[in-house]
Design a protein around this ligand. Structure first.
Ligand code: SF4
Length: 355
């Protein structure tokens, strides 16, 4: 493998993969100097990861890319597609950002996670700055909406589950239900629908695009006070106040993905310059950089399409977009001068102002 690299590999940006004798791709990597990077594997000490990868591999292949940025994107896409066993989860910028995910399964719960997500949720909310602050805010949101925060594998028994009275204990063994901070889906204290409607409220709240959760509580509060249930109305008023201030907090903590919306022109190896159309932290299109007025007009038309298409503008980020969002944010954080190569499309500018 070393002789193959020495004889054939050029020192320019690219991605490479290492394959074992039975055809398994064991590792994918990238470098802005592929030859130098690949030769470094053969100088690793026996205990180093590079050495273990090379021991398992029998073939090395590489492809050149126009630039280091293109190599990063290609590496991310290959890792997601091939899931090589020596590649750990992409953790770029993970320490800077937290996301909130709504777990799958019965009695969903809100979980704060750092960095890139996995497929255990369809949608993540964020990204937010400051995992600890977000954790505190989520705890309050759980309390206000009565959502559970216990271990994910805790067995749930909803009130409308037929087997409940045969097997569920009547005492929850959890203070949160006793002090009315959890609806108690573990002890049959609520139905699937009752709990589900609170989860939907939490989602709408985190999406930040409609006032339904707050409006719902507001009309409940008014109805209680009309019925002269003043204690309940007061409790609802407090809850409403807490949620309003939480909403402000979530907006403050959120990193504005709208700032990652622009056209980014990257000089490439031997004049292979590219332009990337990036919207909300994701590359939506890539083209050779325009060289003539006609090509420029083509890119402008493409940009009109990319930036004008209807797109969800709230805090929800589909799981499959998170890694790329983190990668782009990390790239511009490491190389802020690259922002000088970007140009904000007029529609993206409007989205930013309204964000
Ligand atoms: S009351 Fe039950 S469901 Fe709610 S947090 Fe406690 S253990 Fe979990």
């Amino acid at each position: 493998m070393r002789a193959h690299v020495r004889a054939n590999c050029e020192d320019r940006p690219g991605v490479y993969r290492m394959t074992s004798s039975d055809g398994e791709i064991v590792y994918v990597g990238k470098s802005k100097r592929v030859r130098t990077r690949l030769l470094s594997y053969f100088r690793c000490g026996p205990a180093e990861k590079g050495s273990r990868i090379v021991r398992d591999a029998t073939t090395i292949e590489w492809e050149y890319t126009p630039s280091e940025f293109a190599a990063l994107l290609a590496e991310l896409r290959l890792i997601k597609k091939l899931r090589p066993r020596f590649n750990v989860a992409m953790k770029r910028d993970a320490r800077h950002f937290a996301f909130i995910k709504v777990t799958k399964g019965p009695a969903n719960k809100l979980l704060v996670v750092r960095g890139a997500g996995d497929e255990s949720a369809d949608v993540y909310y964020g990204p937010y700055h400051g995992a600890q602050r977000v954790n505190d805010a989520v705890r309050e949101l759980n309390d206000a909406l009565g959502l559970r925060d216990c271990a994910s594998d805790r067995k749930m028994h909803f009130a409308d589950q037929p087997e409940l009275f045969e097997i569920a204990p009547r005492t929850p063994g959890c203070i949160r239900h006793e002090i009315r901070k959890c609806l108690g889906p573990c002890v049959g204290a609520c139905t699937v629908n009752e709990y589900g409607s609170r989860v939907r409220m939490a989602r709408a709240f985190l999406e930040g695009v409609d006032d339904a959760p707050l409006e719902g509580l507001r009309s409940e509060m008014l109805a209680s006070s009309e019925r002269m249930e003043f204690e309940r109305a007061a409790a609802l008023r407090d809850k409403l106040g807490r949620l309003e201030s939480l909403r402000e907090q979530f907006i403050r903590f959120r990193f504005a993905v709208e700032t990652l919306s622009f056209l980014y022109e990257v000089p490439g190896h031997a004049g292979d310059d590219r332009v990337y159309l990036i919207r909300r932290g994701r590359v939506r299109a890539e083209r050779p950089a325009p060289k003539s007025p006609a090509e420029r007009a083509e890119i402008r038309a493409l940009a009109d399409d990319v930036f004008s298409g209807v797109e969800y503008e709230g805090a929800a980020v589909p799981t499959h977009e998170i890694d790329e969002l983190l990668l782009l944010s990390s790239w511009f954080r490491r190389f802020p001068s690259e922002l000088e190569r970007t140009e904000t499309h007029k529609v993206a500018r409007r989205h930013r102002r309204s964000a």
